[in-house]
Design a protein around this ligand. Structure first.
Ligand code: ADP
Ligand code: NG1
Length: 457
């Protein structure tokens, strides 16, 4: 087996690296010492199940966050961005790093990565740094621009402070530290950003975090298309409401089968403790949970907890207002989606002649479940997915958190050009806002490599 790629490599400067070095020199009158980069990702299948403990199947994309870094003794960390919409920021190297959840501007994601490294090593005074960030991942679009930024910041903070961590440790630290922004996400984005390998998608399993390469069929291409509706997770409560609903659903199922309720349980842990199959878990959902949303009173009654315990132990800061919880729908999505991930991997492994049709069907089922059970689609994504299917996709689904952002479609390799033209004509060109964004919104994606530190040759 080939050795996995190293975190630190020497590279011949690309045009982008040269431009970034020049911008750095013009802005700060010195040259960067090193560069760190972390890719975004497209999740092929396994949506909203990483935080429930289930395996997911993403690949890293070519688009990434690249940062040029120099170190100094000024006791200050200065952050700049090549995109003028993202304003400069500076902080002291000593003292607490405060993350502003109420106003999650870009630098707060960077600070999450710094904070993760500071806390892991108990560093009281970080090395002074000057950093310029250059990002190519469409933001707020379900391609993990925020996590790539957190991972890039964590990686460069490790390097600048002369610390050493494995990629698995970095992924776990960054997944935990991005939660400082207020979104209770899972570990998919950080894991693929660090552990990706060029040319292969990855099955990512959690607890313990491990990845397995998944070879995608040669005769198919994956095309990403952005519906051009932005969704910033940290400024809405949609995402955290789903996290809480899954947590409560796990408790309700655990109560019904007399498991220990004194600790937080994920839907995956309930399955493990029962030693049941995913089909058996789906049957349990049908038997135990009802279709109508649950009120707070009903949840408290079944779990034997007070309204105050519900608020403090189960609800998060931005879900305190929720009055009803769709436990049946969310649990059914999670267990069925977890099964689809395993089926997707075994189809890729087997390379049947009809693989592409089977993968497409699984992607379509995943999308329907996200739309109908998890309710994380939106009208524009629905229109886009429908156009993708009409334009020759074997399967098409929303990818990432949803409520806007991107779809990923599976296309037979020989029909990609036709597909791109058809989607362009039907979704992008008729609308000036979409037409203006088309170039960075509709593209073929191949599995890219993971995060790395570069020194120029
Ligand atoms: P995504 O699905 O892209 O991860 P999020 O809502 O989680 O969306 O986070 C997007 C946020 O990440 C943006 O609003 C911005 O604050 C930050 N971000 C993304 N790309 C960049 C960039 N190139 N430079 C600075 N910040 C960025
Ligand atoms: P994106 O697409 O980056 O918003 C989010 C979560 C993932 C996962 C997906 C849904 C974070 C940092 N990322 O991703 O962990 O739950 O939604 O599958 O919260």
């Amino acid at each position: 087996m080939a050795n996995p790629p190293k975190l630190k490599t020497a590279v011949t400067a690309s045009e982008r690296l040269k431009n970034l070095r020049n911008t750095f020199g013009t802005r700060f009158g010195e040259a960067p010492v090193f560069y760190a980069c972390a890719p975004g990702r497209v999740n092929l299948i396994g949506e909203h199940i990483d935080y429930c403990g289930y395996a997911v199947l993403p690949m890293a994309i070519e688009q990434n966050i690249l940062t040029a870094v120099s170190m100094n003794n000024t006791n200050t960390i200065r952050l700049a961005n090549t995109n003028p919409n993202y304003k400069d920021f500076a902080l002291s190297c000593s003292g607490d790093i405060a993350i502003d959840r109420d106003n999650p501007q870009w630098h707060n994601y960077f600070l999450c990565g710094l904070k993760g490294i500071k806390e892991t090593f108990g560093i009281t005074r970080l090395t002074g740094m000057t950093c310029i960030v250059d990002g190519t991942i469409p933001p707020n679009a379900g391609l993990s621009s925020s996590s790539a930024l957190v991972c890039c910041a964590g990686l460069l903070a490790m390097e600048a402070n002369k610390k050493s961590l494995s990629k698995v440790e970095l992924a776990e630290i960054c997944a935990k530290s991005e939660r400082y922004i207020g979104t209770e996400g899972g570990g998919m984005d950080h894991s693929i950003s660090f552990l990706a390998e060029r040319g292969t998608a990855k099955l990512i399993e959690f607890q313990p975090l491990q990845t397995t390469s998944v070879k995608l069929p040669d005769a198919a291409a994956f095309v990403i298309s952005n519906c051009c509706v932005e969704m910033n997770k940290a400024t809405s409560s949609h995402f955290n409401i789903r996290v809480v609903e899954c947590l409560i659903a796990a408790k309700m199922l655990a109560r019904a089968v007399n498991l220990d309720l004194s600790r937080a349980l994920t839907l995956a842990q309930v399955q493990t403790e029962l030693n049941a199959s995913l089909d058996e878990m789906l049957a349990l959902v049908e038997e135990v949970l009802h279709y109508e949303p649950y009120s707070r009173e009903e949840i408290c009654k079944v779990l034997g907890i007070t309204a105050e315990q519900l608020s403090t132990d189960l609800l998060s800061a931005n879900t305190q207002h929720v009055t009803h919880f769709k436990l049946y729908h969310r649990a059914k999505h999670v267990y069925s989606e977890a099964a689809r991930v395993l089926q997707f991997k075994s189809v890729c492994d087997s390379d049947f002649p009809e693989s592409i049709q089977l993968l497409g069907e699984l992607m379509n089922q995943s999308h329907e479940s996200c739309r109908d059970l998890y309710e994380c689609s939106c009208p524009e994504l629905e229109q886009l997915v429908e156009i993708c299917l009409r334009s020759g996709a074997m399967g098409s689904r929303l990818t990432g958190a949803g409520w806007g952002g991107c779809a990923v479609s599976l296309i037979p390799s020989d029909s990609v050009d036709y597909f791109l033209q058809a989607v362009r004509g039907a979704y992008y060109l008729p609308d000036p806002h979409r037409a203006a964004m088309e170039k960075q919104s509709l593209f073929v994606s191949k599995p890219s490599g993971g995060a790395a530190i570069f020194l120029e040759e």
